[in-house]
Ligand binder design. Structure first.
Ligand code: AHM
Ligand code: MG
Length: 331
């Protein structure tokens, strides 16, 4: 039989790479693995009799309508994570404040439990995004806001789960990016995409072009550049936009491209949140040989000032992001 590496085995193998490792971190990852399976199972049943589709009667801190599955996914991830004593706090897109957990815990988790949730009712891919740091406040004391406001370059791990035609968990602990596909028949994630890297070149651009006249001249000029016919640079690029960050990023990682959520007149800092959307995606992008910026500054070097802070995001193949930055700078 062909050798299959499960995520569980992979986590244990990798733990041995770090001398002195206590297994605490592995426990954290296995909580994320467990919650993803539960959420995946529920998403795959959406539309059946489980009354899980559609809007809930609440809004989140951003004033956005919460979907029932947003709340379900948030609860599942919190439930799984709070059981692991290694975690001292969680920040979530769905909660105004961070949630303090075990004072003795060493790690904090920031997450978007269900990103792109407006896509659920129409059977389009959604995702979970997570970011992990070691706390900076002393163990034994309650977790503090400053533990969550660390620069992205301090992340010790980050990843996402894509609930698509299959469910995949993609993550990095700073040593490359690995992707695991969920086999629902046996209930395990299997290593299917070892050492993921962006292709050397790409021709996909992903942006909500409905915002064209709402964007700066620089962004408009980049879109015109992407659409211009030029054989030498393989243009025009192909436009692909799902409206689900994880799915758009994942496609561009595999096929080669750039994802843009720029500043707009109505959203001067863009739409995406630094802590639990941009930082983890930027970490994965860099670990896969790509890059991420806000149009001028490396995402991972931005010092967060608040939990739900938003920043513009340009991420994907380095040469494509660099070109976008060059065009923005010229305007
Ligand atoms: P959400 O966190 O409320 O789901 O919003 C984030 C999503 C991203 O997944 C996606 O890239 C973006 O919003 C799409 O926004 P828009 O509809 O403005 O293009
Ligand atoms: Mg989101």
């Amino acid at each position: 039989m062909e050798k299959v590496t499960t995520l569980g085995e992979f986590i244990i193998e990798r733990q041995q790479d770090y001398p002195g490792s206590t297994g605490e971190f592995s426990r954290l990852l296995s909580a994320i693995r467990l919650a993803s399976k539960i959420v995946s199972h529920q998403i795959n049943k959406a539309g059946l009799l489980n009354d899980i589709l559609g809007a809930a009667e609440s809004e989140n801190i951003q004033g956005e309508q919460q979907q029932k599955l947003d709340i379900f996914a948030n609860n599942q991830f919190i439930k799984a994570l709070e059981k692991r004593k290694v975690i001292c706090g969680i920040a979530s897109e769905e909660n105004e404040d961070f949630i303090p957990l075990n004072k003795e815990g060493k790690y904090i988790v920031s997450m978007d439990p269900l990103d792109g949730s407006s896509n659920i009712d129409v059977n389009v891919s959604v995702g979970t995004i997570f970011s992990i740091y070691e706390r900076i406040s002393p163990q034994g004391q309650p977790v503090e806001l400053t533990d969550f406001l660390q620069e992205g370059n301090k992340q010790v791990a980050a990843g996402y789960v894509i609930y698509g035609s299959s469910t995949m968990l993609v993550y990095s602990t700073g040593n490359g990016v690995n992707g695991f596909t969920y086999d629902p028949g046996i209930g395990v994630f299997v290593l299917s995409h070892p050492n993921m890297k962006f292709p050397a070149t790409g021709k996909i651009y992903s942006m909500n072009e409905g915002n064209f006249f709402n964007c700066s001249v620089g962004v408009q000029n980049y879109i015109k550049y992407a659409q211009t016919i030029d054989k030498a640079t393989n243009r025009p690029f192909t436009g692909r936009y799902i409206g689900s960050l994880v799915a758009d990023f994942h496609r561009n990682l595999i096929k080669g491209g750039i994802y843009i959520y720029p500043a707009t007149q109505s959203a001067p800092n863009g739409k995406l949140r630094l802590l639990y959307e941009c930082n983890p995606i930027a970490y994965i992008a860099e670990q896969a040989g790509g890059t991420a910026s806000d149009g001028a500054t490396r995402i991972l070097d931005i010092k967060p000032t608040e939990l739900h802070q938003r920043v513009p995001l340009y991420t994907g193949i380095k040469s494509m992001v660099n070109k976008a930055e060059e065009i923005l700078k010229a305007n």
